[in-house]
Design a protein around this ligand. Structure first.
Ligand SMILES: Nc1ncnc2c1ncn2[C@@H]1O[C@H](COP(=O)(O)OP(=O)(O)OP(=O)(O)O)[C@@H](O)[C@H]1O
Ligand SMILES: [Mg+2]
Length: 247
């Protein structure tokens, strides 16, 4: 961590009709920091992630990324999206393209980079996530854990300044969760700025610099993981932890 803010949300409010899903959310994520967001279903975690790369517009407050307020549209928005990689629960790979083509697509089509250079980068990313030997296969030929690692490589191929993960392991069979978390942990150790929504408390404990607990659209508390897990302050966090940790 550098102590320099990369993502800053200041008094952000977001409504879906009458539903106030983000309530005065203020949060700053430093370059190189790993923030894990936890909280009950419906608390606004996905909306928070989606607001950061403007998949969801906000109603008031400001969000800045790397010193600039999020652009509303056009080229600036496209650039922002490429600077903030996003990995969802569902992998959303193109079924009729090979693994390598999936990873190369963004840089070649969106950034118009030369395909030889992109191919090299894509192969080294596939190497990094441990599936270089699957490069010529199609998504359906890979396991869920492998497909999610491809999705991570695809996001990294755009050379993002930050990565957002929204429950990246929730759709996986249990035996595949570890291989995806390992890739995320190594990314964190390499200094990637990350916002991670997850129910994997092991990951939160050993990879996060900070845990943020959300409930009912509010950022209820935040602390270093060791402090948060040993000593949650709010009743809602205590209640949440007692439910997930006894399962
Ligand atoms: N497009 C939408 N239109 C209307 N309401 C929405 C929309 N997306 C989310 N919501 C509502 O906003 C609230 C926050 O949703 P969000 O998906 O951010 O929660 P979450 O914390 O990610 O939950 P989960 O843990 O189940 O993924 C919920 O009440 C949800 O029903
Ligand atoms: Mg969600």
């Amino acid at each position: 961590m550098t102590g320099e803010a990369l993502i800053v949300l200041d008094n952000v409010n977001k409504y879906f009709g009458p539903l106030h899903v983000l309530q005065d959310v203020t949060l700053s994520v430093d370059r190189g920091e790993v923030v894990v967001v936890i909280g009950p279903s419906g608390s606004g975690k996905s909306t928070l992630c989606r607001a950061i790369n403007r998949l969801e517009p906000i109603n008031s407050g400001t969000i800045t990324f790397d010193g600039q307020e999020l652009p509303a549209e056009g080229r600036a928005l496209a650039r922002l999206r490429s600077e903030v990689g996003m990995v969802f629960q569902s992998f959303n790979l193109f079924a009729h393209k090979t693994i390598l083509q999936n990873v190369m697509l963004g840089p070649v089509k969106v950034r118009r980079e030369k395909s030889a250079a992109v191919r090299e980068r894509a192969m080294s990313l596939l190497e990094r996530v441990g599936i270089a030997n699957q490069a010529e296969k199609y998504p359906a030929q890979l396991s869920g854990g492998q497909q999610q690692r491809v999705a991570i490589a695809r996001a990294l191929a755009m050379q993002p300044k930050a990565m957002l993960f929204d429950e990246p392991t929730s759709a996986l069979d249990p035996e595949m969760v570890g291989e995806v978390l390992d890739v995320m942990t190594s990314l964190a150790r390499d200094g990637m700025t990350m916002v991670v929504v997850t129910h994997e408390m092991g990951f939160a404990r050993h990879a996060a610099n900070r845990v943020v607990f959300m409930a009912d659209g509010q950022l209820v508390e935040q602390a270093r993981p060791e402090e948060f897990f040993a000593n949650p302050r709010s009743d809602r966090a205590k209640d949440f932890l007692s439910k997930i940790l006894t399962h």
